[in-house]
Design a protein around this ligand. Structure first.
Ligand code: UDP
Ligand code: MG
Length: 315
């Protein structure tokens, strides 16, 4: 039987930790009793530099419950990095991991189905939401637009899958080989390969606390997701540039011809329009190219994605 580690990144989650721990331990106990996982299965919390009592609560829970382990990052590094820190720590301790949010929005009853797929030989199992009823209309629409954009730019990502996902030990070993600093797990995981499956589940409301993904973070997440995986925006700019170049050639011939025929034009309108249009296009192009240059710059520095301060292991 294989040991399962549930990896949970936490940023200021003091309000949910007790309840989450209670429910997860109960679930792990039931799964152990059903013979799905081995008794040494654990919950691994990653404290992503929280400013509240999150780490103190994790230490307390670790003292009381043999099933609770913890990793403390040296500072806040964001959801994706915290998750990676947890997965990389768990990789050397267990056979299979499932990542999920601290707020238990993802239905934990489908863990049985995850493990079922794993035992059939799937290395990666994606949890896919079958509804978005609990989201606000705004979040629903922006999420939809996000997946459409990813698809348009040719990024291979699973539709309606957040980070609720099972990964086997060897899938994690594959993940460890991706050295990029700018991490977009939903884009990288499909690149690992191996047999993958999906499991549907319904997502509920956060039962306490508030979302740690405000609009600003969502936008930057979407930007990173696209530019980390696709050079299509740069190509589009090149195409637009080419088309404009062709148009300007035609314009050149036209104006020379008009000039030769002696019809002089006032020309103010057309000049103003082309200055503004070209100026705008150029700025946009420089912006997109700058985005990639910036990414390359960050990657060359090879800065660590996270620094682990403490690990609470099995006693
Ligand atoms: N999180 C994190 N670091 C951050 C922000 C969020 O580890 O900087 C964690 C957070 O504690 C939660 C998960 O990432 O467990 C997802 O965040 P949240 O539930 O707030 O996002 P939402 O479900 O609203 O998209
Ligand atoms: Mg959540």
């Amino acid at each position: 039987m294989d040991s399962l580690y549930i990896v949970v990144p936490c940023y200021n989650e003091e309000e949910v930790l007790h309840e989450t721990t209670k429910r997860l331990i109960d679930k792990l106990n039931r799964m152990t009793a059903d013979g799905l996982i081995s008794p040494d299965s654990r919950i691994l919390y990653v404290d992503d530099g929280s400013k509240d009592k999150t780490w103190r609560i994790i230490e307390e829970l670790h003292g009381q419950e043999p099933r609770v382990l913890g990793v403390k990052l040296s500072r806040n590094r964001g959801h994706q990095n915290a998750l990676l820190a947890g997965l990389m720590t768990a990789k050397d301790m267990c056979d299979v991991t499932v990542s999920m949010d601290a707020d238990l929005q993802d239905d934990i009853e489908v863990l049985d189905a995850f493990i079922g797929k794993y035992r059939e030989g799937y290395d990666i199992v994606y949890g896919v939401r079958n509804n978005r009823d609990t989201d606000t209309g705004f979040k629903r629409n922006t999420a939809q637009a996000f997946y459409k954009l990813l698809k348009f730019f040719g990024v291979d990502a699973v539709y309606n899958h957040a980070d609720y996902r099972l990964m086997s030990k060897r899938a994690l070993e594959g993940l460890a080989k991706f050295g990029e600093v700018n991490l977009f797990l939903r884009g990288i995981v499909p690149q690992i390969g191996y047999k993958t499956a999906t499991v549907e589940y319904s997502r509920g409301e956060r039962f306490a606390g508030e979302s740690k993904y405000p609009l600003k973070k969502m936008v930057s997440f979407a930007f990173d997701g696209i530019t980390s995986f696709s050079v299509k925006p740069i190509r589009m700019i090149t195409t637009v540039g080419l088309v404009i170049f062709l148009v300007s050639l035609i314009m050149l011939i036209y104006s020379l011809a008009v000039n030769a025929m002696g019809h002089t034009q006032a020309g103010w309108t057309s000049m103003m329009m082309s200055i503004w249009l070209l100026g705008g296009l150029q700025l946009m192009a420089i912006g997109v190219i700058g985005e990639y240059v910036g990414k390359a710059y960050m990657e060359t520095k090879k800065r660590p994605k996270y620094i682990i301060e403490t690990v609470l292991r099995d006693k």
